[in-house]
Design a binder for this molecule. Sequence first.
Ligand code: ADP
Length: 394
Amino acid sequence: MTPPTVAVVGGGQLARMMAGPATALGLRLRVLVEAPGSSAAQAVADGPVGAAADVAAVTALVDGADVLTFEHEHVPGDVLDAVAARGVPVRPGPHALLHAQDKVVMRERLTALGVPCPRWSPVSTGEELAAFLAEAGGRAVVKTARGGYDGKGVRVVRDANEVADWLDAAAAGTGPRLLVEELVPFRRELAALVARAPSGEVVTWPVVESVQRDGVCAEVVAPAPGLDPATEAAAVEVACRVAEGLDVTGVLAVEMFEVDDPDGGAPRVLVNELAMRPHNSGHWTIDGAVTSQFEQHLRAVLDLPLGGTEPRAPWTVMVNLLGSALDDPAQALPAVLADPGVKVHLYGKDVRPGRKLGHVNVSGHDLEDVRARARAAVALLRGETSATHDGGTA
Ligand code: ADP
């Protein structure tokens, strides 16, 4: 009997981290990588090189595969349609994925579903933006509908001139559409992680707090400390409504803002962003939950029963390794692993300033201890030897 083959577009760390669970479940993973030796190519035996936008490369990838899935959303619709036409299931499907590709489409659909979002509007001229700014108290967040990641494609502005380049490109048809949102005075950022199978089975992990620096996820605390049970229930309900309403299959991460309730009740949530794949806010599940988001994604896209999502410890803290002074962060392993509770995940990527090179998970009963140890481990991986340093993450 041939084991199921899962074809994955994208050769970064997210595809790399599917390799372990695929091996454990006896699945075959075939990953379309952007370049030989990429993060995922180092971890899978079957890693053809090709671009996500190349119809021939993607159709060859799915030849003999049971399902096509992704580690990023940047796959053009015509490529997905070509795969679907060959009878290979695409999960999540093109109709769902569109909402993770285009922020205007996402905002329109979430608004129609009654999902709470920041006040927003599409904008195509400086006058429209100026009018929104005037109503929003003089500051707002302008975003490109497509192509943004890690805060690229997001600008906080006071004046339409600050995005003149984007407005010009959109008007000329050489750049993506734009939208503007109120600048949300959030208490903190939360993320709800859901997995949904084609069978309709849906599971959720505990809602986490995610700490962003310069638009990049720096740390995640699972579960979100001090989260009001009513806020948690609202976050989970919203995430499930999105998963079902958009017919998502696989893992869905819903990034949210926690905001004060104007009526003095439990804090509320507003949805910021969707990711239809394993997401940085879910890396804690590898060591901190019964089933990791990577295993769950494989189970979900193959329509297998989903695994338990219970935390393995009261607290898990994930700290990202963003850049390093070392040639290779692995040089620090002897020092880092001296703490037996530290779980290191390195992505095999060349060091560049600010680049996501890996992450560390630490679980335990005492949140401050767990957080301090995770930060200390990352400081060592960054080549900062002082034990008192906070790893540049404070
Ligand atoms: P990306 O797609 O690049 O990840 P996001 O839309 O998630 O962009 O925005 C990146 C970060 O910018 C968010 O994590 C948040 O910190 C901040 N941000 C985005 N939208 C808003 C908003 N409407 N109000 C306040 N902060 C925002």
